[in-house]
Ligand binder design. Structure first.
Ligand code: ARG
Length: 425
């Protein structure tokens, strides 16, 4: 009988290693592993050999870093997308691309099923399954962690040992770590207590701000239409640029985020993030927008940034809303060209300067010197008309409520006199 083919999203960690064997037995399946390189440094060492030793028929290791940066990271950077105001979403952005990779491999191999190693209470299962469902509705998605018999890492370890599945020593780590070029996500272990300060060993790519150099490091970042293109005057390809900022930022203790966040599945969880380049780039990009974007556009974009972040976090990367928001964002980015100087110092970021050929900052209007061209006298009429609705409101409706500015009379009681029906108290 022809075996069923399953493509497994494989990281080489304990869960996915055990999963390969488990699926092989349960479905009498031929297993093909697919591992995406999204610019992570540590995770991929020895992954191919490990997969082969587990008995899979074929191993895919695809470098999708460039696609990740150009098509996922940069759009989210331009959008200013930070979940709950702080998390640059390295993990959330990576999942739809890994889902796409699974679909690509499944198509190439003629597989009818794909499997991922996400747990039943995280966001990642949703991101994978919603994305695969959109791109390849005919593929069946398996999530062994939601249904298998193991209830602890120890049980998985014992199973691995029984079946000669190679598991590396790094599994001794008490943390669950997910890493790519845009950042590292760290949870579990002592981090589950939100009152516990993360121990130093939880951090993977940043030094503690206390141990960072005593003098500041400056970086000059040039953007073209919202995309970083040069570092300290030197043109760098996007991957190099991000790696360099990760290193410089990490060495200065920049990019640590300790977040109690709202998951899509309804719980709060505590996670530590390290994203030096992402934090520096988001910071610099916003500073440039402060200079170049028209006020209503800047304000509207801030609101849409939150929407953008929510949809990415919530697994809707391949949605029509994301495309529509991208269209808005790209229109705004036409003038986000220029330079920002950022100082990194013991975990902090400070803007040290910004300039742009599209700068809307007009010194002649802003200056308090003799060069001033602002029409001060015009302000009088402006204020009169601008404040007119407020004046009218106070004169008409608050007067009815008893003269006080908060609608209460002098004795503190809610005024009831002369309230017309149409005006709420
Ligand atoms: N909470 C983050 C998110 O949903 C990261 C999830 C993965 N974290 C991990 N440590 N494995 O995007």
């Amino acid at each position: 009988m022809k075996k069923v083919k399953i493509v497994v999203a494989y990281s080489g960690g304990l869960d996915t290693s055990v999963m390969v064997k488990w699926l092989m037995d349960k479905y009498n399946a031929e297993i093909i592993t697919a591992t995406g390189n999204l610019g992570q440094k540590k995770e991929l060492i020895g992954v191919e050999e490990k997969a082969k030793k587990t008995g899979v028929s074929k191993v895919y290791l695809q470098d999708r870093t460039s696609e990740f940066v150009e098509e996922y990271i940069f759009p989210s950077l331009k959008a200013g997308a930070l979940y709950e105001g702080v998390y640059p979403m390295a993990t959330s952005l990576g999942r739809p691309l890994l889902a796409k990779m699974l679909v690509d491999v499944a198509r190439k191999e003629g597989a009818t099923m794909v499997a991922h190693g996400c747990t039943g209470k995280g966001n990642d299962q949703v991101r994978f399954e919603v994305s695969i469902g959109a791109l390849a509705p005919d593929l069946k998605v398996l999530a062994p962690l939601r249904e298998w018999e193991f209830t602890s890492r120890e049980e998985e370890m014992a199973y691995a040992k029984r079946h000669n599945i190679p598991v590396s020593a790094t599994l001794a780590s008490p943390y669950s770590i997910d890493e790519n070029i845009w950042g590292t996500s760290i949870e579990c272990g002592v981090l589950e207590d939100p009152m516990v300060e993360p121990p130093e060993d939880a951090y993977q790519r940043t030094v503690s701000p206390q141990k960072a150099p005593d003098s500041a490091t400056s970086v000059l970042i040039d953007f073209e239409q919202g995309i970083p293109v040069r570092l300290d005057g030197k043109a760098l390809d996007p991957i190099r640029l991000i790696h360099t900022l990760n290193e410089t930022g990490g060495a200065n203790g920049v990019g640590r985020i300790d977040l109690v966040e709202n998951r899509l599945v309804g719980i709060k969880s505590r996670e530590i993030y390290e994203a030096p380049a992402a934090c520096i780039l988001h910071f610099a990009h916003t500073e440039l927008e402060r200079l170049t974007l028209d006020k209503p556009v800047f304000h509207m974009k801030k609101q849409l940034s939150a929407e953008y972040a929510n949809l990415v976090y919530n697994g809707l990367w391949f949605s029509p809303l994301r495309r529509s928001l991208d269209a808005f964002v790209n229109e705004t980015q036409k003038t986000v060209t220029g330079s920002v100087k950022v100082k990194l110092y013991k975990g902090t970021l400070t803007v040290a300067g910004r300039s742009s050929p599209y700068s809307l900052y007009n010194t002649k209007l802003a200056t308090y010197t003799k060069e001033d061209q602002f029409d001060h006298r015009a302000s009088e009429g402006f204020i009169k008309i601008y404040g007119l609705p407020l004046k009218t409101f106070h004169q008409v409706q608050l007067q009815m409520n008893g003269n006080g500015s908060n609608g209460r009379s002098a004795n503190g009681k809610q005024a009831t006199a002369k309230q017309p029906k149409s005006v709420p108290a």
